[in-house]
Design a protein around this ligand. Structure first.
Ligand code: FMN
Length: 409
């Protein structure tokens, strides 16, 4: 079958940064739905797992705007198996949520298999394994983004999960490597493929980079060339057009969208539009964004109760108001809100008619620009063929402290 060439024309009035001014929308048949085992994800767009972000409230909001797969935040296998109340809540989904997708964090094959069995019994449709968490507390124990440096350990963990999952597709999400001197994505990807993963997701930064610098899309193309299973590209999709550019440049089979949707859940509508070959509508003005933010707050209150739900909205207010004139003046008030009424009052002080600022499209929304030296257990790299699971936290207190430190991939 010949690949249709994308239409060269682009709308000159489109709301995009110069980088994306003339990127053509998808041509008919240009991008296939993403196949994850029996699941079909169309368009091939995945909401990135984000700790403290992709809970039921935000997932349901994104889903109403667009289409795709919406993954939970990372759920620690140990906390889940111990029945930790918050972990159980975060791993749950809305009754109408389908497909249901959960990201699992763990480094012990027995725990992972047990958690997978329970999730499958509960009707989960997709399970992702976090192999990208760069937090020192995690890598210092040999977990998260340290795991791909040991391909046989990757294979062992994936094998345990895949055999417990039956028909339910299992994927992994990893980084490029520990740092530029130790890139691991190709070997770890091959190891996971050999054990039956349905796709491999790559956040194209190293653990040392954290979220700084630009994602290295070439690494995504390289991984695509090395594997037969679908590859999901991740890193720096801020505008819907970036997803098309990434897929065209790398040949990847789907995209994972992280920070770009923070305070901008309509990004998923724009993605659905461009994948369907349509120019997206301009982004909402501030008054409509307030409606979205208040809707989000209601969903957070339904999940966590008013007090905790509103408190959790504080960080979101920074993202929803990013780049709007005058937002700095009410930022203090917004980050202290204690009730839904406080939230309404603070938003009401801003100009509802103000259009979405172009400068906010690619503005960093979380995590900053720090990098780090990756902490590993003593002698960790001495034997890359070692497949023994790292020793994780065991007691309830250790697990709770560990879960508080978890924040990403
Ligand atoms: C607030 C926040 C929390 C995150 N939590 C997770 C997580 O739980 N699991 C994971 O695999 N990655 C996590 N990540 C990483 C993202 O899934 C994604 O890989 C990263 O943000 C790069 O994509 P982006 O450039 O589109 O933001 C997190 C990122 C952010 C900003």
């Amino acid at each position: 079958m010949s690949t249709p060439s994308p239409s060269p024309s682009a709308d000159p009035g489109r709301f995009a940064t110069p980088l994306n001014a003339v990127v053509p929308v998808a041509a008919v048949g240009e991008f296939a739905p993403l196949a994850l085992g029996p699941l079909r994800v169309d368009p091939p767009v995945v909401l990135a797992p984000m700790a403290g972000v992709t809970n039921i409230a935000f997932r349901s909001l994104c889903r109403e705007f667009g289409a795709g797969l919406y993954v939970s935040e990372m759920i620690t296998a140990r906390g889940f198996l111990m029945g930790n109340r918050l972990t159980t809540l975060l791993a749950s989904s809305a009754p109408d949520e389908t497909p249901r997708s959960v990201q699992v964090y763990g480094a012990d094959p027995i725990d992972l298999a047990q958690m997978v069995r329970i999730l499958v019994e509960q009707g989960v449709d997709h399970i992702d394994l976090n192999l990208g968490c760069p937090v020192p507390k995690v890598t210092r124990t040999g977990g998260g983004s340290a795991i791909p440096a040991k391909p046989r350990l990757v294979a062992r963990l994936v094998r345990a999960m895949v055999s417990a999952a039956g028909e339910v597709p299992v994927t992994i999400k990893m980084r490029k490597g520990l740092d530029e001197s130790l890139l691991t994505h190709l070997e770890a990807g091959r190891a996971a493929e050999g054990e039956g993963v349905s796709a491999v997701g790559l956040h194209a930064r190293t653990a040392a980079q954290l979220y700084s610098g630009q994602a290295d899309w070439d690494a995504i193309g390289e991984l695509k060339g090395a594997l037969s299973v679908p590859v999901l590209g991740n890193g720096d999709i801020w505008e819907c057009w970036d997803a098309l550019r990434m897929m065209r440049a790398t040949g990847c089979d789907g995209v994972i969208v992280g920070r770009g949707c923070l305070g901008r859940p309509w990004l998923f509508r724009e993605l659905a539009d461009v994948f369907a070959g349509r120019e997206p509508a301009p982004p909402p003005r501030f008054a409509q964004i307030v409606d979205v933010a208040l809707d989000h707050a209601q969903r957070m209150m339904a999940l966590f109760g008013e007090e905790l739900g509103v408190r959790q909205m504080r960080k979101w207010t920074t993202w929803y108001t990013k780049g709007f004139r005058g937002s700095a003046a009410v930022r203090g008030e917004l980050t202290r809100v204690r009730s839904f009424a406080d939230l309404e009052r603070a938003f009401a002080q801003l100009d509802g008619d103000e259009p979405f600022p172009l400068t906010a499209l690619r503005a960093n929304r979380a995590k900053g620009s720090k990098s780090q030296r990756v902490r590993l257990p003593e002698g960790y790299l001495d034997d890359p063929d070692d497949d023994s699971p790292p020793k994780g936290p065991h007691s309830k207190e250790e697990i709770e402290a560990f879960e508080r430190a978890l924040s990403g991939g």
